[in-house]
Design a protein around this ligand. Structure first.
Ligand code: SAH
Length: 228
């Protein structure tokens, strides 16, 4: 009896649902929250069905991991709403041979979604503990094509540049020029841009024949891009 109680305790604490339940919740998340809002990039949808979002959120929020919302991840930061992750991934137009740079690792979830699609992901996080935690989760899940760096992402990673695509998941008032510099010809940069603690605009830059074109899309709300 005692063994049985301990067994159930372990099951309840360690696993909020079975792997099949989690997969069902992810499929429902993709159809109800993402496809229904117009995201149709196949590789993005496949990645969103695959990556175990509940393993990237604090344990007290695991039961909400597939809800239609952002969630706190500690240090005043958040993991974005699943739809926003999917929408921004689609905007980047990621391809299997791509090398992508993300600024704002946070939980590591967005990096993992990209890592399912592209060859290499480089991601920079300014809050050391968040970066280390994200690295641990991704190592445990076997994402060996992701490199996490701790520091201010403003300067990007000149040693690893140029990148096929660059994604910012924290909002600067202006896109840092070094990041635009590190974008490959034909590449896309997606970023929320605008003042802190206000509505920002999702911006897509594209580099064509050395020239930058800029499109402004929907209003969004992201945590601020901070500096050391
Ligand atoms: N992509 C994340 C979302 C994290 S929220 C996810 O999937 O969970 C944005 C993150 O950007 C925060 O963790 C914040 O600490 C980080 N950040 C803010 N300014 C930064 C900067 N200058 N360089 C690197 N990371 C930054």
């Amino acid at each position: 009896m005692k063994t049985l109680i301990i067994f159930w305790f372990v099951v309840l604490v360690a696993e909020p649902g079975t792997a099949q339940d989690d997969e069902r919740r992810r499929r429902a998340m993709v159809s109800k929250q993402i496809v229904s809002r117009g995201v149709d990039h196949r590789a993005t949808l496949e990645a969103m069905r695959k990556v175990e979002r509940h393993l990237f959120v604090p344990s007290e929020y695991q039961q909400n991991a597939y809800d239609d919302s952002s969630l706190p991840i500690g240090h005043g930061q958040t993991i974005s709403q699943p739809y926003i992750v999917a929408y921004m991934t689609q905007l980047l137009d990621p391809k299997p041979e791509h090398r992508v740079l993300e600024i704002g690792t946070g939980s590591g979830y967005q990096a993992a979604v990209l890592a399912e699609i592209v060859k290499e992901v480089y991601t920079i996080e300014i809050v050391e503990r968040l970066g280390n935690q994200a690295k641990q989760v991704m190592d445990r899940l076997g994402y060996d094509n992701v490199t996490v760096s701790i520091g201010d992402g403003y300067k990007g990673l000149p040693d690893k540049a140029p990148f096929d695509a660059i994604l910012l998941t924290a909002a600067p008032e202006e896109i840092p020029p070094p990041l635009i510099e590190q974008l490959k010809e034909g590449g896309k940069l997606v970023a929320p841009v605008g003042p802190q603690n206000a509505v920002q605009t999702l911006v897509v830059l594209e580099k064509k024949q050395g020239k930058i074109s800029r499109r402004e899309l929907s209003p969004v709300r992201f945590v601020p891009f901070t500096r050391n």
